[in-house]
Design a protein. Structure first.
Length: 164
């Protein structure tokens, strides 16, 4: 069961990484289109800025699970030079638990603001006026994915601790 969970988290994180890359590429294409439309056709820009912002927010939150799974996040590895392997694992478990608590809180508050924006039909207030629950939901989804990934990371660390 544990290995199935770890495989599931790895698969989901790969999908999240692909989504983040696609969202970033789409953002770049929309910005290029924005420049051409503004420069060559002198048209007013209405939807591009908001869509690019939403895509970048979604890419950041949803792609974070992939970054964590690949160990591509920032860490203070110089501290490890002063610790034994067993203490390094303990420190990683501790920091993973702290991060897990943070993402549990982010998920809870993300749920609250997403639900409120959905129920009360909040929008951005611009000419395009997309609903705000869309970008808020990317925070909610990203927090859930990080919760799942941190649980997987803690499982891996506990398995590593058992080997020593």
């Amino acid at each position: 069961m544990k290995s199935n969970y770890l495989k599931f988290c790895n698969y989901v994180s790969q999908i999240c990484g692909a989504f983040a890359v696609i969202a970033l590429a789409l953002s770049i294409l929309i910005i290029v289109e924005l420049v051409f439309e503004r420069y060559f056709f002198q048209r007013a820009i209405t939807w591009q800025n908001e869509l690019v912002t939403m895509l970048l927010v979604a890419s950041t939150f949803i792609g974070s699970a992939y970054v964590l799974s690949e160990k591509a996040h920032v860490s203070m590895e110089w501290i490890y030079d002063f610790l034994s392997k067993k203490n390094i694992i303990k420190l990683k478990i501790f920091t993973s638990l702290l991060s897990l608590i943070f993402f549990l809180m982010l998920f809870y508050f993300g749920y609250l603001i997403t639900e409120e924006a959905f129920i009360k039909k909040y929008t951005t207030g611009s000419i395009w006026d997309p609903p705000l629950w869309v970008p808020y939901s990317s925070m909610l989804i990203g927090a859930l994915l990080m919760i799942l990934q941190y649980i997987a990371e803690i499982i891996k660390l506990l398995d590593d601790k058992d080997l020593n």
